[in-house]
Design a protein around this ligand. Structure first.
Ligand code: NG6
Ligand code: CA
Length: 510
């Protein structure tokens, strides 16, 4: 009798494996969940209702927050876009590649020999797509926009791409689908230049009467769609984008990608233009907040989040899809255009209780809203775990039983914290700005900024960069707002933290 049972055990095991133990622990199951990353641009910690927003309502994002894991100490890796996105996709700190805000004609920043997060996901059987803002450079430099533009997303792991190549405020003001400019006519080739005027379009400095919004000098070059930009562009008229249509265009492309791939696992990196400048929300969202264009752009973003979640439900794949909602850096009000963000902010505090914002080494530079939503699998909760987007790579690799690329130095798996099973997240992490910040639990050390340079335009703006020539040390458990510098009283801690930064700097893949 015993022997007979033994003979049956393998069959019993096989039978069990195929049974839907899925609902209990599907993330360890064979069925690979889709991953949808909703990556918002310049959205502050408290720009969302669930995180304390005033003057704007975000019902769709709030719904994700109340039914998902709502993180209170989650971070983009850097206080600006390009470095954050670099780390997100490569799993390495941006300082390792001197990543900083790129012009619109910059070459591809990611070394194509790295195994990026989307490449790891492709190897795990995922179809991968990126829709929206790219800002990681394209081609080898001196791009000819009239030909196939490569290398780009395809060479770093995306099967499909529909891009706003750099930022809304930088030329070229055209979309790229895979490696081609959309709707370009052969008879009207595009030229792009960041040093001198090209083409016949007027500049903001020449024809301010044509502008929808006044702009500072850096944003006063080629005018397209009544908005002056950074950089000069000639030709390509049939391919010009319309800023007010961005959210509809991108959501449609993102939706098509979801529908086309609903039968197999997919990774969608939906990278919003909102709420970056120029803020030119669609008529549909006009005056839907109390804060003018910046608030209306938040409402527009929230609406699009609702469209994506509804589509996942309609396609019947919501329960097999992890949605991550987060932002690439902290908030900014005046970022170059007269859109009244400063005047109309009222009692809304985009950074919540934290100091600084976009560009800043204080907490609000990188501490952003982050929500992980996976209906049927994770239990809703708030989590104070310290998290960084740098760790998405290793965490997803862990979830799928995959290895990170050999050159991935910094990404750590914190899968359990990401899925809300524990509040033990990162113990130590860097925050990148124009200098480095180090978080060791609730201690925050800011490295002195001695010989670095910050752009001139920043000096004239009301931006709390946090850059000082002396070391700074804050105890966030008592001083969230980084007001009380404890460096002088704690020289040993300063030494220890400076050494920790040096050690991270020295780390390499060999
Ligand atoms: C800055 C721009 C700012 C914004 C930023 C990039 C000026 C004065 N300011 O250089 O408007 O475009 O770059 O933002 O030129 S980010 O979110 O993509 O990092
Ligand atoms: Ca940004």
């Amino acid at each position: 009798m015993k022997n007979i049972i033994f003979l049956f055990i393998p069959f019993l095991l096989i039978a069990c494996k195929d049974k839907p133990s899925e609902t209990q622990n599907p993330e360890k199951n064979d069925k690979k969940p889709n991953i949808v990353l909703l990556y918002i641009d310049d959205l502050g910690y408290a720009d969302i209702g669930a995180y304390g927003a005033k003057g704007v309502k975000t019902p769709n994002v709030d719904k994700l927050a109340s039914n998902g894991i709502m993180f209170t100490d989650a971070h983009s890796t850097a206080a600006t876009c390009t470095p954050s996105r670099y780390s997100l996709l490569t799993g390495n700190y941006a300082f390792r590649n001197n990543a900083e805000i790129l012009p619109g004609d910059a070459p591809l920043l990611i070394d194509t020999s790295l195994v990026t997060m989307p490449e790891m996901l492709q190897k795990a059987g995922y179809t991968t797509g990126v829709v929206g803002k790219w800002h990681l450079g394209l081609g080898y430099g001196k791009v000819d926009w009239n030909k196939s533009v490569t290398p780009g997303p395809a060479e770093v792991g995306f099967d499909y791409s529909f891009l706003l190549p750099a930022t809304g405020d930088r030329v070229p003001t055209v979309f790229l689908e895979n490696d081609k400019v959309v709707n370009l006519s052969e008879n009207d080739p595009i030229s792009v230049n960041y040093d001198k005027k090209v083409g016949n379009r007027p500049l903001g400095t020449e024809r301010p009467d044509l502008l929808k919004m006044e702009a500072d000098l850096q944003h006063s070059q080629t005018i397209v769609n009544g908005i002056s930009r950074i950089g000069y562009m000639g030709g390509g008229e049939s391919a010009e984008w319309v800023d007010e249509e961005f959210p509809f265009v991108f959501t449609e492309k993102a939706s098509n990608f979801i529908t086309d791939n609903k039968e197999n696992p997919f990774f969608l990196y939906y990278s919003f233009h909102d709420i970056h400048v120029p803020r030119a929300p669609n008529e549909k969202f006009k005056n839907k907040s109390e804060m003018g264009q910046r608030g209306d752009a938040i409402v527009q973003m929230d609406y699009m989040v609702g469209e994506v979640t509804k589509l996942l439900e309609k396609e019947g794949i919501a329960e097999n899809t992890i949605i991550i909602f987060t932002s690439d850096n902290g908030p900014v009000l005046d970022d170059g255009y007269e859109d009244q963000a400063v005047e109309l902010v009222g009692n809304h505090r985009p950074s919540g209780p934290f100091r600084g914002g976009k560009y800043s080494i204080y907490e609000a530079g990188t501490r952003v809203p982050m929500i992980v939503y996976w209906p049927g699998t994770i239990k809703p909760r708030k989590s104070d775990a310290m998290m960084t987007q740098l760790d998405f790579y290793a965490s997803f690799a862990d979830m799928l039983g995959m290895k990170k690329g050999k050159k991935v130095i910094d990404s750590e798996s914190h899968l359990d914290a990401l899925l809300g099973k524990t509040e033990n997240g990162r113990k130590v992490m860097l925050e990148e700005g124009f200098t480095l910040g180090l978080r060791d639990g609730n201690w925050k050390y800011i490295e002195p900024f001695i010989d670095g340079s910050i752009p001139d335009w920043m000096k004239n703006k009301d931006i709390e960069s946090g850059l000082k020539q002396e070391p700074q040390l804050y105890n966030l458990s008592k001083d969230k707002g980084e007001q009380n510098n404890l460096a002088k009283e704690n020289p040993e801690m300063i030494k220890k933290y400076q050494k920790m930064i040096e050690d991270i700097r020295k780390k390499s893949s060999n």
